[in-house]
Unconditional design. Structure first.
Length: 159
């Protein structure tokens, strides 16, 4: 009786590659919660409340009642609420209810009609650039990219 259950479980676990993270439920900041401080997660975060601080995660969903004041670094960002700060993400989606004040660095950007956006948008052409923005080398915070005549980007030391 018990051996059948455990053998099924071990069979299911055996089919999963080692080191593959479990895709769990997102970390949720509910509408009645305000967090002052930075958030770091290797998974998904859903914000329906208020965050005053920087956020680093794989996937971020900002609900209609959600509000963030600070820098966001994520692979994917889906915004229905408001952000006041910088965004560095591979994929950014601003819904019609979104209110964004600040600059966005992205590979992919989608903005629905009705969304409010005040700031600059900068497309990151290569995944290496996003990685550099998300994880700058130690002691190299003043590095900038210089656009060459052929349209490629060349790292150049800040002057």
């Amino acid at each position: 009786m018990f051996s059948k259950v455990s053998s099924k479980r071990s069979t299911a676990e055996a089919g999963k590659p080692e080191g593959t993270p479990d895709r769990g439920v997102p970390s949720i900041i509910s509408a009645d919660l305000t967090i002052t401080g930075d958030l770091v997660s290797g998974g998904e975060i859903q914000i329906d409340g208020r965050v005053e601080g920087d956020i680093r995660c794989t996937s971020l969903i900002i609900g209609i009642s959600g509000s963030v004041t600070g820098e966001i670094v994520a692979e994917r960002l889906r915004m229905h609420g408001s952000v006041n700060g910088q965004i560095n993400a591979k994929s950014v989606f601003l819904a019609s209810t979104a209110r964004m004040t600040g600059d966005i660095s992205h590979e992919s950007l989608a903005i629905e009609p009705g969304a409010f956006m005040e700031g600059h948008c900068r497309r990151l052409a290569a995944p290496a650039e996003l990685q550099q923005v998300a994880n700058p080398p130690a002691g190299d915070s003043q590095k900038r990219l210089e656009r060459l005549g052929d349209g490629t980007l060349n790292p150049a030391a800040a002057s």
